[in-house]
Design a protein around this ligand. Structure first.
Ligand SMILES: [Fe+2]
Length: 350
């Protein structure tokens, strides 16, 4: 299987992994030969790309931290939870469903601890908030597992990841989706969402105080320059510090009304540059060594002008993966092959 950006899809390409819409509905089965109409639909839905199967990529296994069907289920449940908050009905069934989804995600991440994580997310953007929330939960779980958090703390972390932006339900949608810089007054309103979220979670639900506090603190910075309470350093909950970094990572790698998606390398560079300022250095170190810059299955261009597909990442050496060349099928291990020491990756096709 390999990843092909939406604009490079061609009729006849075979889908390698099933495609769901934002409500978890199956759109295209794996094994389907793409038609022109289906490609138009993929592009129209705003999907960044899809996994396809072809000769060169037949042996490439792409392992995601969480199975796609579990992720799709979680997005649906989070979507329903956001829709129902504030309608004053009995919310405990929704609360239990969230807990169940959290357990599914934590179990999947723990079941298969990977050395380097592929964090490409294939998703539609019509309901950004819900897919983003689930993905933040997953990224947080990965960091939490690497930091050996006990299971109850891990569960709280992922729950807070799913619900961190729940306060946005009460923010004017024109401000939320504005494809421009916000005015100072609008920014002020936007900055209310962690406190609003905290208030609703505390008053209407029975999540742990750690979940609620993590939601309250998810825009606080390590150096105390965040909001709303300017808490800093280790006074911030560990779960909040992890959630902050996961939130920024996912928001930047995703297409938004006001920016195109950044490459994983650009996002990690940004996060590393803000280590000790916005982010906890210990967490930055984990992300920099365990998150793939060149995800397995992605096409890259080498300094030799040859094109290839990434087949393996090496822990601690995320800049130097093994690449299978498209024209010869030869595999080049950029970390170990002596002949490859002076070869660099010049482009990632995403
Ligand atoms: Fe937020």
């Amino acid at each position: 299987m390999r990843y092909v950006p939406a604009e490079q899809l061609e009729p006849g390409m075979v889908i390698g992994q099933e495609i769901h819409d934002s409500m978890g509905v199956l759109l295209i089965h794996s094994g389907t030969k793409l038609t022109g109409d289906q490609i138009t639909r993929i592009v129209y839905q705003g999907m960044p790309g899809v996994y396809i199967d072809d000769e060169i990529s037949r042996d490439i296994q792409i392992k995601e931290a969480v199975r796609p069907e579990i992720k799709a289920d979680a997005v649906k449940v989070v979507h329903e939870f956001f829709d129902k908050i504030g309608d004053n009905s009995n919310l405990s069934p929704e609360e239990n469903l969230i807990q169940l989804m959290v357990e599914n995600v934590v179990n999947d991440v723990m079941a298969d601890e990977q050395v380097v994580y592929n964090l490409i997310d294939i998703r539609t953007y019509d309901s950004y908030t819900y897919a983003h929330s689930v993905h933040v939960g997953i990224i947080s779980a990965i960091i939490g597992v690497k930091m050996n958090l006990p299971e109850d703390e891990l569960n709280d972390l992922v729950t807070a990841g799913f619900l961190h932006d729940i306060g946005k339900v009460y923010i004017n949608p024109d401000i939320l989706n504005a494809p421009r810089r916000l005015t100072p007054e609008e920014r002020e309103e936007m900055m209310q969402h962690p406190a609003i979220g905290y208030m609703h979670l505390t008053n209407e639900f029975h999540f742990s105080e750690r979940v609620n506090q993590t939601v309250l603190q998810h825009h606080e910075w390590y150096n105390g320059h965040g909001y709303p309470n300017k808490v800093k350093g280790k006074d911030l909950l560990l779960t909040s510090r992890i959630l902050r970094a996961a939130d920024v990572y996912d928001a930047m790698t995703t297409k938004r009304p006001y920016h195109a998606p950044y490459l994983p390398s650009e996002v990690l560079e940004y996060i590393m540059g803000r280590s000790g300022l916005e982010f906890d250095p210990e967490i930055v170190e984990i992300m920099a060594s365990q998150f793939a810059i060149y995800p397995v299955g992605c096409e890259v261009v080498l300094s030799t002008k040859a094109r290839g597909v990434v087949v393996e990442n090496h822990p601690g050496f995320v800049m130097r993966p093994t690449v299978k060349l498209l024209d010869t099928g030869e595999e080049v291990n950029l970390r170990d092959d002596r002949m490859a020491y002076n070869i660099t990756i010049t482009q990632l096709m995403m």
